[in-house]
Design a protein around this ligand. Structure first.
Ligand SMILES: Cc1cc2nc3c(=O)[nH]c(=O)nc-3n(C[C@H](O)[C@H](O)[C@H](O)COP(=O)(O)OP(=O)(O)OC[C@H]3O[C@@H](n4cnc5c(N)ncnc54)[C@H](O)[C@@H]3O)c2cc1C
Length: 495
């Protein structure tokens, strides 16, 4: 396949010195001994990495995937993998009328116009190809469509077994087609030649992520340093940085207090490596929160801070509410998350009481027979809480809410009828929309001339500007899959 393959085969694994290769960004020195060689090196092992790898190995490209954690899959393995697809077999079977225009409007609405059009179109136009390719690799989807919030029609397919099943299926496919993967191998640095072309990476094998460090990227020195050469390309499929409290607080101070349901490895180290070789950072201050409970139900209850006081109109979307919660916590100088409280009428009014019940079963939400039990459980002053609840009910009687909640929408929910239900309202930073900017072939562009940095690609959540202000539900998976395939196709052009 490659002209130099025979030559390269002879040097794989033999730590041959390759003269004349400079590390343009830092201190690797002039002569580098490469310990591994592959056509393509993919950093990360989530869905974007795996789909790109699957496409490449199917086309007989020699791929080495590396993952810094002891387990593969990153956030992809934690996700439900709801997957928005335009004109899928399921949409056609159900006779659903969807279009590029409708999908684009939905993406733009969520992204508040910050979305880069070319990437929105890449997702929309190639989502069905990616879905069919994933199926051809063995990934299974339920025989029903989901009509998810923010979408104007039912267009999301459901991955059977969620992200865990998807990753293990794609991984099996990858290994079966001679793909190679190394866990606990962390990419530390990108290696360039004199012309600026990316020719490999410096890594640490036997690296052990340490969750107890304040910043693993800066403080963790574990592992054995090695150098890997990529004949064709290095692909960063390194995900977001939602777990990197230090970095996210710099790009947006409001994110300091957010919780994160993400995998522990979601740090900014890989992003910084790409910036060091000239990548363009984009939209790093943006955030996307998950909330743990459908936010449309919050209107039937109240939210109180650690002083048992209300501080907002509970009627809002998860982005708006999350930002208000974090701003309020900053204002009153606390790290304690507020509490959402429903009485029995408000709980019964929720749009899906069975789902609410499942939060209780899962231990996320608790049921209390008395206000006093609730106050004790959350360490709230009972008298203050009782007053807040009475004030809220007085407001309902007078049809006037202190925080201008539209009381005509609360369907006669009250705040005095036991049992009470309550849970912590912790905005969870589950996705970081910012990252490096790539063109539609997923080539990382250079900040000095906006030309592609030769040999360097970024895919999935590692890229920025694709979704804008807030990513539409179920649209990361089509982004990861279509960017992974676009990247693979572009690499194949050079073979
Ligand atoms: C709980 C949860 C549920 C979700 N549900 C959905 C959903 O239903 N639908 C949807 O569209 N989106 C969903 N998302 C978002 C979506 O899952 C992610 O955006 C997507 O999986 C990201 O995939 P990725 O391949 O870009 O990165 P990841 O899956 O995060 O993989 C990146 C990998 O790179 C590794 N890595 C990072 N740096 C290095 C380094 N220096 N060296 C080696 N390895 C490195 C990481 O350890 C990680 O394993 C959800 C997210 C969460 C947290």
């Amino acid at each position: 396949m490659l002209n130099r393959r025979n030559f390269i085969k002879t040097i794989v694994g033999t730590s041959v010195a390759v003269p004349g290769i400079l590390n343009a960004n830092d201190n690797l020195g002039k002569d580098i001994k490469f310990d591994e060689i592959a056509d393509v090196i993919i950093i990360g092992s989530g869905v974007s990495a795996h789909i790109c790898a699957a496409y490449l190995v199917k086309n007989k490209i020699d791929v080495l995937m590396i993952e810094k954690m002891d387990r593969i899959g990153g956030n992809s393995a934690l996700s439900q993998q709801d997957f928005a697809v335009l004109n899928s077999d399921l949409q056609i079977k159900a006779g659903i009328k969807d279009s590029e225009e409708l999908f684009l409007n939905d993406l733009n609405k969520a992204g508040a116009g910050y979305n880069h059009l070319e990437h929105s179109l890449r997702i929309i136009r190639n989502s069905n190809e990616a879905y069919e390719f994933a199926k051809s690799c063995g990934v299974k989807y339920a025989d029903k469509l989901k009509f998810l919030g923010g979408h104007s029609v039912a267009r999301s397919v459901e991955t059977i077994g969620g992200g865990g099943a998807c990753i293990s299926t794609l991984n099996e496919f990858f290994i079966k087609h001679n793909g190679k993967i190394k866990n606990e191998t962390k990419c530390d640095e990108i290696i360039q030649d004199e012309s600026g072309k990316i020719i490999g990476v410096s890594v640490r094998e036997n690296y052990r992520f340490n969750r107890n460090l304040a910043n693993d990227d800066r403080e963790n020195l574990s592992g054995d340093k090695k150098h890997y050469k990529a004949r064709l390309a290095v692909v960063f499929a390194t995900g977001g940085f939602s777990r990197d409290i230090e970095f996210r607080s710099i790009v947006n101070p409001r994110l300091r207090l957010a919780k994160s349901p993400s995998s522990l490895g979601q740090t900014a180290g890989a992003l910084k490596q790409m910036l060091k070789v000239g990548a363009i950072p984009t939209q790093l201050a943006l955030s996307r929160f998950s909330f743990g409970i459908p936010t449309e139900d919050l209107i039937y209850g109240i939210m109180v801070d650690c002083n048992a006081k209300r501080f907002l109109n509970e009627d809002g979307d998860r982005q708006g509410l999350s930002n208000k919660i974090l701003a309020h916590m900053e204002k009153i100088n606390t790290t304690i998350y507020p509490i959402i409280i429903f009485d029995s009428t408000g709980f019964a009014n929720s749009h899906d009481p069975n789902r609410m019940q499942s939060f209780i079963t899962a231990g996320k939400m608790k049921k209390f027979d008395s206000l006093s039990d609730l106050a004790n459980n959350f360490k709230l002053n009972e008298n203050d809480l009782s007053k807040t609840m009475q004030d809220y009910e007085t407001g309902i009687s007078n049809n006037k809410d202190e925080f201008k909640k539209d009381l005509s929408k609360i369907k006669n929910s009250s705040m005095s009828k036991a049992p009470f239900y309550a849970m912590t309202a912790a905005p969870g930073l589950s996705y970081t929309p910012g990252g490096v900017y790539a063109d539609i072939n997923m080539r990382v562009l250079n900040i000095s001339n906006y030309e592609p940095i030769k040999g360097l690609y970024a895919i999935g959540e590692a890229t920025g500007g694709v979704h804008g202000q807030s990513r539409l539900t179920s649209c990361s998976i089509p982004d990861c899959m279509t960017s992974g395939i676009a990247c693979a196709k572009d690499i194949l052009k050079g073979v």
